[in-house]
Ligand binder design. Structure first.
Ligand code: HEM
Length: 332
């Protein structure tokens, strides 16, 4: 019977994936529908037709120099959209801004976005928001490391508010329960499938040991490690994690490939973050992990579709502007 439901799930996912690959954003949830109508594919068609070419060239240059910037930019976009929607609020660089939050400690890629913005300002002054630049940079970063392409609708505005305490209150840091993750995603108009698929971004990139050390010993005050980590893998992580500031790959098997190994790892108790591993122990998410691990052709188009949904989160759209410098709100 379980097998039957799994088959149904595979078929539904494939239908979703095919819909997603038609390069149209998936239908928005009612709460976000009106705001999403603000975005369009031809938004800069007349005002900045060269935008995507500029971003693409710059991203290729930056990633050629430092490949670790690709996952960093994808994560930066997620953190931006997670607080106040995709409004570039993560880029603001002032005392008490989101960027200064504990949850933002290991974020990177700000210089690349500033560099792109400067180039865009030269060609299309006062036209393109930093939020749009970050969104399309995350898409090109995905593509640069072998991930899927998707069309990005444009027209986001840059927010004028950015609060560290909001980021620390909102952005998941890897210690949450699956229920909390689902609730957080739902509050942004994303569903359980989006949660499992977007967590697949952890197929590339790395984590500081700080985010997982609590699993390696004295887990939940038990004086024992987290039992959901494979014993040999735990020993390897222990050897790599001498200090909280050391790094480990989020996909320990194929860290540089944008593939479904992340999901296979979860099946083998080799998830690096607690929140990754928990996806394979919860009845709401486990079947999705199993399908994604066994059906590689489903992952990429569904990732593209879920990234469009992520990029379409617009919580405070009407209070925005087109910032001239991504690190500062405009002064009039
Ligand atoms: C589901 C909830 C999520 C949690 C709890 C989570 C948590 C984390 C944590 C703890 C790290 C490592 C931070 C450190 O350096 O210590 C990380 C890295 C990363 N996350 Fe997530 N994340 C989540 C969702 C996402 C989503 C939706 C995306 C993008 C679509 C994403 C993309 C990434 C990437 C690419 C990295 C590696 C960054 C790098 O190499 O610089 N994550 N995440």
């Amino acid at each position: 019977m379980k097998q039957f439901w799994r088959m149904i799930l595979v078929i539904s996912l494939q239908v979703l994936a095919i819909e997603g690959s038609h390069q149209r954003p998936p239908a928005a949830t009612p709460a976000h529908a009106t705001l999403n109508n603000a975005l369009s594919f031809d938004y800069y068609m007349n005002s900045c037709p060269q935008l995507e070419q500029i971003v693409h060239n710059k991203i290729m240059q930056w990633i050629k120099r430092d490949r670790t910037l690709a996952p960093a930019l994808i994560r930066l976009h997620f953190h931006d959209c997670a607080v106040r929607g995709c409004d570039g609020s993560i880029l603001l660089n002032h005392k008490g801004s989101e960027r200064k939050a504990n949850a933002s400690m290991s974020l990177r890629g700000f210089e690349a976005i500033n560099d792109i913005k400067q180039e865009v300002e030269k060609k299309c002054p006062k036209t393109v928001s930093c939020a749009d630049i970050l969104t399309v940079a995350a898409r090109d970063a995905t593509l640069a490391v072998g991930g899927p392409f998707w069309m990005v609708p444009f027209g986001r505005k840059d927010g004028r508010v950015s609060l560290a305490k909001e980021a620390d209150h909102t952005v998941p840091i890897g210690r949450e329960s699956v229920t909390r993750l689902i609730n957080f995603f739902q509050s942004k108009g994303l569903n359980v499938l989006d949660l499992v698929v977007l967590s697949g971004a952890h197929t590339i990139g790395r984590s500081t040991c700080e985010s997982l050390q609590f699993r390696l010993s004295n887990y939940n005050g038990t004086r024992k490690p987290d039992p959901t980590i494979n014993r040999h893998y735990r020993n390897l992580l222990r050897r790599k994690c001498k200090k909280a500031s050391d790094y480990v790959n989020l996909d320990g098997v194929t860290p540089n490939a944008f593939d479904v190994q992340y999901y296979t790892n979860l099946e083998k108790k080799m998830g690096v973050l607690l929140t990754d591993q928990l996806l394979y122990s919860d009845r709401r998410t486990e079947p999705l992990v199993a399908v994604l691990a066994s059906q590689p052709s489903v992952f990429e188009p569904q990732f593209a579709a879920s990234m469009v949904k992520l990029g379409n989160i617009l919580d405070h759209f009407n209070n925005g502007e087109v910032r001239l410098n991504c690190e500062r709100i405009n002064t009039y």
